[in-house]
Design a binder for this molecule. Sequence first.
Ligand SMILES: [Zn+2]
Length: 162
Amino acid sequence: MKEKVTLEFLPDAASAATVAAQRALPLETGGFLLGYYSARSIVVAELVHVPDSGATRVSYERSNELAAVELSERRRANQLLGYVGEWHSHPADRGPSWIDRRSIRRLAESSAMPIALVVLAVPTPDQATVYSEVHTVGTGNRVWTSMMKTIHGRRRSGRRYR
Ligand SMILES: [Zn+2]
């Protein structure tokens, strides 16, 4: 899959993660993206939360061990789903940093498949913006960002987040 790859979200894919990110304020939190690859897109089914007790206002580190447990649990329920990328929150209205992009590029370099990066910006407990992009290893092993997508949403209690 070397062509342009788009990113899609199943309904409610980010709902639980948005709640987790807002509860984690003023700290960051995150996890990995669960989904599947179709012909020319990455479909994200769920932003799986992997808590980090060492998270700060400007950093989050996803544990490989905890993520592996969460991933195998979900694959037991649905074997069609797998790892498709990473997500973490920013307690401010800002998208991926250069450090975020550098680490996702490294992941993409060691992956045969494109890797998605989602940043959930939650400046306040009732606001959320989804920044997303896909990183693909192209010719010459150069990693390029094939698309970026931003979804603004306002979450109110009892209403579905989009
Ligand atoms: Zn970040």
